[in-house]
Design a protein around this ligand. Structure first.
Ligand SMILES: Cc1cc2nc3c(=O)[nH]c(=O)nc-3n(C[C@H](O)[C@H](O)[C@H](O)COP(=O)(O)OP(=O)(O)OC[C@H]3O[C@@H](n4cnc5c(N)ncnc54)[C@H](O)[C@@H]3O)c2cc1C
Length: 223
């Protein structure tokens, strides 16, 4: 299988960094092809603007969606974006490794989505969102860490259920494009665990990765 891992944490020695390394190592050992987008290491610019394009249709008024369609037709994305789009199209499974920040993805990852998921190229262009998205047949999995404990992420907890927190990403970004979802890997309150408990989490994750392709898809928030 071809697997893309998108990593969004500014510190390589963090627990997220350890999850990222474990993912690469385990999947390669199992014989999978792995590509990565280590967004901080790449110094990925999350700001979506004219600089996304090498060629622009309308110089007087920027309408990103229209320029994305134009760039799709004229091979007009800058290399940084075109390379990421190519990885997205290449993979059978995409894993995002990130810490939950303000109940969402870190800005660098949101910016990656804003710039890479371009109209005409990644969505639209005859594909119906959710129903016949371009990425139907591909899988996606969110692997996240939190600061707060699991008890905060149940329906009666301070944040509400974790499925609700992840819904904008699961439904609004990934299922929108046609990706099928696997159960998110949520490691709660990692900084407050013992070293041994964190090592156990890494081992459990590695074991899960070895059998990932037998897992059934989940529902990202359809009612
Ligand atoms: C801007 C911001 C917004 C936030 N918003 C939220 C929020 O909305 N909700 C929420 O719940 N939390 C929130 N947090 C907290 C955040 O989610 C956690 O700090 C983060 O998930 C912890 O993961 P980490 O990788 O950064 O942990 P780290 O603190 O880097 O690591 C935890 C521990 O693991 C150790 N470790 C590293 N590698 C290994 C290894 N191989 N084996 C064993 N131990 C290892 C590290 O040394 C460290 O002691 C926020 C934080 C920030 C900065």
């Amino acid at each position: 299988m071809k697997i893309l891992i998108v990593f969004a944490h500014p510190e390589q020695k963090s627990f997220n960094g350890a999850m990222f390394d474990t993912t690469i190592e385990t999947l390669r050992k199992s014989g999978h092809q792995v590509k990565t987008s280590d967004l901080y290491e790449m110094n990925f610019n999350p700001v979506s603007n004219r600089h996304n394009f090498t060629t622009v249709q309308d110089h007087s008024y920027l309408k990103l969606g229209l320029e994305e369609i134009y760039a799709t037709k004229h091979n007009g994305f800058i290399n940084t974006i075109a390379d990421e789009q190519e990885k997205l199209e290449w993979c059978d499974l995409m894993i995002w490794q990130f810490p939950l920040w303000w109940s969402s993805v870190p800005a660098i990852l949101k910016g990656w989505v804003d710039r890479v998921f371009a109209s005409g190229k990644i969505y639209g262009g005859g594909h119906i969102p959710f129903v016949s998205g371009k990425f139907i047949g591909k899988k996606a999995l969110l692997s996240i860490t939190t600061g707060s404990p699991a008890a905060y992420y149940v329906p009666t907890g301070n944040y509400g259920d974790i499925e609700g927190i992840l819904r904008p990403v699961h439904r609004g970004m990934l299922e929108y494009l046609g990706f099928s979802l696997l159960t998110p890997q949520v490691n709660y309150s990692v900084a407050h665990l013992s070293d041994q408990d964190r090592k156990d989490l890494l081992e459990n994750w590695s074991n899960r990765l070895e059998n990932l392709f037998d897992e059934k898809q989940i529902n990202g928030g359809r009612y």
